[in-house]
Ligand binder design. Structure first.
Ligand code: GLY
Length: 568
């Protein structure tokens, strides 16, 4: 850490000399079209969830009601990625007053959180405690977030917007191959807790293709939320079941933790780039800040005039610098002060750009150090637009696949393992290899830093609703999607595009096979970039709207066959 102060002093003085002026957070989106498209589009990672959204639109609901239906259905049919035992971050665009807002339904640390619980006897991080069982679970935010969205933005009662999820939980559905493989992969974890095994391992074994998964306990939990709103989860029967099962298994949640959970509505970040306005996630997501920083750096180049290798080189160098700042500065805005004006300033980006050599990779160890196994493909994202032009970009998660692996007995709820997104041992990598600082250390009631980056891109002629799962790669995948949209690509082209990722540490470029042709890969290697093939990637769900022809496109990532993008 000996170099860190000098970097901070340098960055801060550069900022003071050049002045703050370009932090562009605002709540109006003047570039959003004033009329709606007259029809609707939804793209999600599961066709049942996309259909649920359209079912609710058909009953007179708006995009926000549809988002409640899609989210709750994903909690039933894609519970390895998200669910009501987890949290979400969503960007909402309300057409009637052309406003954007950010709904933060991120999990929080319980009051009794103790960093010692996550350190093993050898002083090293105890990954079992931080990723498995109730100690790894933050207080869920998704139920409160869905109730908030319905009550403040929707038109329908929860009994209608939660109806498809309740029906599918009761009647059952046939999980796809990916769901079944994920159960098989996590069999040993699921067997540790009887309620998890009872739901997902019939007869103690991973189920086979053709199996119907019925979830009566989850249906009852959703029914209690439909009837009583947030009290249906955070108080009464559900709370009693959550507390008794987590405490029996070594968790530390209390009545006050559940009762005290609050949704936060925050001002989104926005950044202007090449004639487009990108509206994106503020902290406690790190995604928007990093995306804005990269775009501000890239604004100084005309990427269209560069060969592929140089265009990629500058983008990778911008990613490296943005992730360094991510690790150094970011955390829950209700707990830590962050130099956002500086990080979002065009002048700060000018300074960072000046440190990029045109033909040479900057080794990450030469940047001032900041307090990264493989980035995983967990989490889920969906995009919605309704006929009036209301929009939702929502990214939802239980963190790693099946979260903590712990289903709270009697509730059917898979609890998240979001505590691992804190810097439980600052400077040590988490599951995504991110090494955050004290800004992201756990404290009672604090939200853990996220990479979730739901975003809107508003241009004079076109709009995009975009986001992705993927742990730390969420940020770079969304960034690459935004750049592709600005280059003129539509939803289907954006989701199919091959991807790459650099996160400062480890110092390498993760590359989807086929993303770079041989000559480009050779040129990047000659500049000093270390390229490493990596899969899987995805799974993006994007909606685009061409205002000139009033065409909507909705596309689900081809890497996940069960997804569905639909226009109707
Ligand atoms: N749990 C992944 C994220 O929030 O970034």
């Amino acid at each position: 850490m000996t170099h860190a102060p000098s970097w901070r002093v340098l960055a801060a003085s550069l900022f003071l000399v050049l002045g703050a002026g370009s932090a562009t957070a605002q709540d109006k989106a003047p570039d959003a079209p004033s009329r709606g498209p007259g029809h609707a589009a939804i793209a999600s990672a599961n066709f049942l969830a996309t259909h649920a959204g359209f079912e609710v639109l058909g009953k007179g609901g708006n995009a926000f009601d549809a988002a409640v239906a899609v989210s709750s259905t994903l909690a039933v049919v894609e519970q390895q990625s998200s669910g009501i035992g987890g949290g979400f971050m969503a960007l909402l665009h309300r057409a009637s007053d052309n406003s954007n807002t950010f709904l933060d339904a991120r999990e929080t640390a319980p009051k009794a959180v103790d960093m010692k619980d996550y350190i093993g006897k050898n002083g090293k991080p105890n990954r079992d405690a931080s990723t498995r069982g109730p100690l790894s679970a933050g207080i869920p935010g998704e139920p409160a977030g869905l109730v908030w969205m319905a009550e403040h933005y929707g038109k329908l009662p929860l009994s209608e917007s939660l109806a498809p999820a309740i029906r599918i939980a009761k009647e059952g559905f046939q999980p796809d191959a990916r769901f079944l493989n994920t159960i098989a992969e996590h069999k040993d974890t699921l067997l540790r807790w009887p309620a998890s095994a009872a739901v997902l391992l019939p007869g103690g074994k991973p189920p086979e293709q053709g199996w119907t998964l019925k979830q009566p306990d989850l249906a009852k939990t959703l029914e209690r939320i439909a009837a009583k709103g947030r009290d249906g989860f955070y108080k009464g029967e559900t709370a009693k079941l959550l507390l008794s099962s987590t405490r029996k298994a070594g968790g530390k949640w209390t009545t006050a933790d559940l009762d005290g959970y609050t949704v936060k509505e925050r001002q989104p970040l926005s950044v202007d780039y090449k004639g487009y306005r990108i509206v994106t996630a503020p902290p406690p997501s790190s995604g928007g800040v990093a995306i804005a920083e990269v775009l501000n750096i890239l604004a100084g180049y005309d990427l269209t005039k560069l060969d592929a290798a140089h265009s990629l080189h500058y983008t990778i160098e911008a990613m490296r610098r943005a992730f360094r700042d991510h690790n150094e500065y970011l955390g829950d805005p209700d707990f830590v002060k962050m130099p956002l004006d500086m990080l979002l300033s065009k002048h700060y980006a000018d300074g960072l750009r000046a440190t990029i050599a045109p033909d040479k990779a900057t080794p990450s160890e030469l940047l001032p150090p900041a307090m990264a196994p493989e980035p995983g493909m967990h989490t889920t994202h969906f995009s919605v637009i309704d006929a009036d032009g209301n929009m939702v970009a929502s990214t939802l998660t239980v963190n790693l696949e099946f979260g903590s692996g712990f289903i709270a007995a009697g509730t059917g709820v898979v609890l998240n393992d979001e505590m691992d997104d804190f810097a439980l041992v600052p400077g040590q990598p988490n599951a995504y290899g991110l090494r955050d600082s004290w800004a992201n250390a756990p404290e009672p009631g604090k939200r853990m830093l996220s990479s979730m980056s739901p975003s809107f891109v508003f241009g004079a002629d076109r709009t995009a609703i975009i986001g992705s799962p993927g742990g730390s790669t969420i940020i770079t995948q969304v960034l690459e999607g935004i750049l592709a949209f600005i280059d003129g690509k539509n939803a289907a082209q954006i989701v199919a595009q091959k991807r790459y990722h650099h996160q400062y540490l480890p110092d390498r470029v993760d590359v989807e096979p086929g993303a770079f042709d041989d000559a480009t890969a050779k040129a990047l290697t000659a500049m000093g970039h270390v390229l490493k093939d990596r899969s899987p990637w995805g799974f993006m769900n994007v909606v685009t709207w061409d205002h000139r022809t009033n065409t909507l496109d909705a596309a689900s990532d081809p890497r996940r066959p069960s997804g569905l993008g639909k226009v109707q």
